[in-house]
Design a protein. Structure first.
Length: 400
């Protein structure tokens, strides 16, 4: 695949609530700042970009009307830059980068941008009120299951305890706090500023550096009450070998809602040379997968296996792995399934600490992998994301 990543940029993650630092910033403004940052950092002509593929999950309100195209115009980029917005739930941004890479490698474009945006403070999750969330007949026929219950199902089937989930969450917080303080995110991080150039947010704000095992242990299960209202019964009917659902997930070992955006400039090697650009990484392989929508959060594993098979490398050859922390138990299962040691896996923390701006996370993780490969002089990295509906996407990259 002749698709090279020339740069990655992302905003800090803001808390996805009314009082979050980015709650007053339009999603279009989040992405517009990143377009400008790419142009300034690389000193290239944006007219070279043929298309922008942008992930966004809740395409409603501020995030409606094709934010990919509108954000390009809002940023003042040439009218010739096209834009398409995609939604594959939590995998959207990584899928957007994959689609941009496919367009480039197929010879359709010399440069394309992949990425994503989500402002969960301004456009709350589920506010689009699709049939999958509101129509009871559709929900029943498609086995709709809340994400938290699915995560608890993974824990129940795999014997992942509350203590193990909390221990992983604490590790995520500690690693994220240490990485932030040591400046590991500076390579790709672009501060968000207002119209007057004042900094609104320049660091990920959801990290709880004061988290402790005692605080985590004191939190109540987040999904037990929902399960007791009939969801557990429906799930157990689908998994009759399981006696009960162990509700191990809390607000402390689950990903928080967040605001943010991320972009990756992808192009051919020849186009990069003509523009005087040096690539940072090559897209080696990427894959998508789907799983049972009830246990949905295992689909990232299948996608990762397919991507590694396409790349022709084993998990042992990976230097850095970023698996989106869609709750602690599915993340621990992923690590165990691939036999990944702690020194390569989610080394700078994850969504449990940072929060999860759904439509942007995949591109943020791609930036993290490339940054970390450069920091430790590694060769291969993997990004894997699982999402709602039993969907998963993974990408293997090689440092240039």
């Amino acid at each position: 695949m002749d698709a090279w990543i020339y740069d990655t940029v992302r905003t800090p993650r803001g808390a996805g609530r009314d009082k979050g630092s980015l709650a007053g910033v339009k999603p279009l403004a989040l992405t517009a700042g990143l377009y400008r940052a790419l142009q300034q950092r690389l000193d290239f002509d944006p007219a070279l970009v043929a298309d922008v593929v942008l992930g966004c999950v809740t395409q409603f309100g501020d995030q409606g009307t094709n934010p990919a195209r509108i954000s390009v115009l809002y940023a003042g980029w040439p009218d010739t830059v096209a834009g398409i917005t995609v939604n594959r739930f939590c995998t959207s941004a990584l899928d957007a980068c994959h689609l941009a890479a496919l367009k480039v490698s197929a010879g359709g474009e010399q440069f394309a941008i992949g990425g994503g945006v989500e402002s969960m403070s301004r456009v709350p999750m589920f506010s689009d009120e699709g049939a999958w969330l509101k129509d009871k007949e559709v929900m029943r026929r498609t086995a709709f299951t809340p994400l938290g219950i699915s995560a608890d199902l993974v824990a129940s089937l795999d014997g992942i305890t509350r203590d193990a989930a909390d221990a992983y969450a604490l590790r995520s917080q500690q690693r994220a706090a240490a990485a932030r303080e040591s400046g590991r995110f500076e390579r790709s991080l672009v501060p968000v500023t207002d119209a007057d150039g004042n900094v609104v947010l320049d660091r990920d704000e959801t990290i709880r550096a004061d988290s402790s095992a005692e605080k985590l242990a004191g939190l109540p299960p987040a999904f037990a009450e929902l399960g007791a209202k009939g969801v557990d019964k429906a799930v157990l009917a689908r998994y009759p070998g399981l006696e009960r659902i162990d509700h191990v997930h809390t607000v402390g070992n689950s990903p928080a809602m967040a605001d943010g955006a991320a972009l990756a400039l992808i192009g051919t090697r020849a186009a990069g040379e003509a523009a005087g650009l040096a690539p940072r990484a090559r897209v080696v392989a990427a894959a998508t997968a789907a799983a049972d929508p009830v246990i949905m959060l295992t689909a990232g594993e299948t996608a990762a296996r397919r991507a590694l098979e396409q790349a022709g490398i084993a998990a042992d050859a990976l230097d850095v792995i970023e698996c989106n922390e869609a709750f602690a138990a599915p993340t621990l299962r992923f690590q165990r399934e691939f036999g990944l040691d702690d020194e390569r896996f989610n080394v700078n923390g994850g969504a449990i600490a940072f929060g999860h701006p759904m439509g942007a996370t995949g591109a943020m993780l791609l930036a993290s992998v490339i940054d970390e490969l450069e920091r430790r002089d590694g060769r291969y990295g993997l990004v894997a994301v699982a999402g709602g509906g039993g969907l998963g996407t993974a990408m293997v990259v090689e440092r240039a």
